[in-house]
Design a protein around this ligand. Structure first.
Ligand code: NAD
Length: 348
């Protein structure tokens, strides 16, 4: 196996963190740099066990800080860039879209410039199925790589903008890029503001579990390790300039997800509490993953197996999620941030 230098942005977050664990294990001959500014979602305790490994390095920086990023690229001459860093929470984007433009759009453009300057061998941009907007409930319709981009939230609008910049740097400058668009992830180290870890941690704390609207929004769930394996495959085998959708045909309503977790944890459905719906809440996401399957990817986890493993992980790692929830900048979105609920109320 050849020596390679990899830059992983956002590697202190949920998916980037899992990806680093996966890559450090699988490719001990790769030098892996984790660049992260450490927002409320960034956490380095998850990497304590690899800190001493000589091929793992951490750099604290803002992806949109042009001078720092260009200097780093010129010094390290990365072969691959895998770009996870983002503001990622839709509710937060409704309250404060500007930071999403800064990180998700401007940060991506700065990284693209730096990657072009040193001629990286691959720039892999980790995007989301949310850029496609929403599907209706017809179970025969799916997002394909050719579906038009119709983002509905400030978050997905910034991700779609970044995707277009990545595409443009390939078309204009010939930068070797890939874009992956994945469905909702779940698994270890997921920040407890998102549906699955929120449900598990609330049940463990004997609290009510809030669900938006009637809980009938449908998401396509994928275990984070299956996402990591897909990214690894695209990084090494993806055709330059191509987009790959990643999803495991695990469509569930939010209500079904919460009921499955409650049942697996031996709790009654009475703990569910319906709260006013989020603004612009997309009805359904569902991925057609046939293109990445043709590249050789197949998910290892069924939802049933993955959710049991995830519940067990949160039971065994209470210290981790409790310290994440106790951070001063952690907003309890489950109860709805006061600014978010006033925006919601004004819209009714
Ligand atoms: P996350 O919020 O857990 O992690 C994001 C990381 O980016 C954090 O460590 C944060 O500190 C870092 N970051 C934020 N702003 C930064 C900046 N300006 N400079 C440097 N670092 C910065 O997010 P996640 O859930 O791990 O998502 C990772 C990527 O995957 C995102 O691009 C997201 O759009 C995409 N994605 C996520 C999902 C999902 O279900 N979570 C699904 C599809 C795609």
């Amino acid at each position: 196996m050849l020596y390679k230098k990899l830059l992983v942005t956002g590697g202190a977050g949920f998916i980037g963190g899992n990806f680093i664990h996966y890559m450090v294990d699988k490719y001990p001959e790769y030098d892996i740099f984790n660049l992260d500014i450490l927002t409320y979602a960034g956490d380095l305790t998850k990497h304590q066990h690899i800190e001493a490994i000589p091929n793992y390095h951490f750099v604290q920086a803002d992806v949109a800080d042009r001078d720092t990023i260009i200097r780093l690229f010129e010094k390290e001459k990365f072969d691959f860039v895998i770009h996870f860093a983002a503001e990622s929470h839709v509710d937060r984007s409704i309250i404060d879209p500007e930071i999403f433009v800064h990180t998700n759009v401007m940060g991506t453009q700065v990284l693209l410039d730096a990657a072009k300057q040193i001629s990286v061998k691959k720039f892999l941009h980790v995007s989301t199925d949310e850029v496609y907007g929403a599907l209706d409930d017809d179970p025969e319709t799916f997002f394909t790589e050719d579906t038009a981009l119709q983002p509905n939230s400030p978050y997905s609008a910034t991700k779609a903008s970044a995707d277009l910049f990545v595409r443009a740097y390939h078309e204009t400058y010939g930068l070797p890029v890939n874009i992956t668009r994945c469905s909702n992830n779940y698994g270890p180290y997921h920040f407890p503001e998102k549906l699955i870890p929120l449900t598990i941690t609330r049940i463990l704390n004997n609290q009510k579990v809030p669900i938006y609207g009637k809980g009938n929004h449908i998401r396509d769930w994928l275990h984070v390790l299956d996402h990591c394996m897909a990214i690894d495959l695209v990084l090494h085998k993806g055709l330059d300039g191509e987009v790959y959708n990643i999803g495991g045909h695990n469509e569930r309503t939010n209500l079904d997800v919460v009921k499955t977790i409650a049942q697996a944890m031996g709790k009654s459905e009475k703990l569910i509490e319906f709260v006013p719906d989020r603004l612009g809440h997309d009805q359904r996401y569902a991925i057609d993953p046939s293109k990445i399957e043709r590249l050789g990817w197949k998910p290892a986890y069924t939802f049933e197996k993955g959710i049991i493993q995830t519940i067990a992980w949160y039971m065994e790692h209470q210290e981790w999620w409790k310290q994440m929830m106790n951070r001063p900048d952690h907003h309890d979105f489950s109860r709805q941030d006061s600014r978010l609920s006033s925006i919601c109320k004004n819209s009714f």
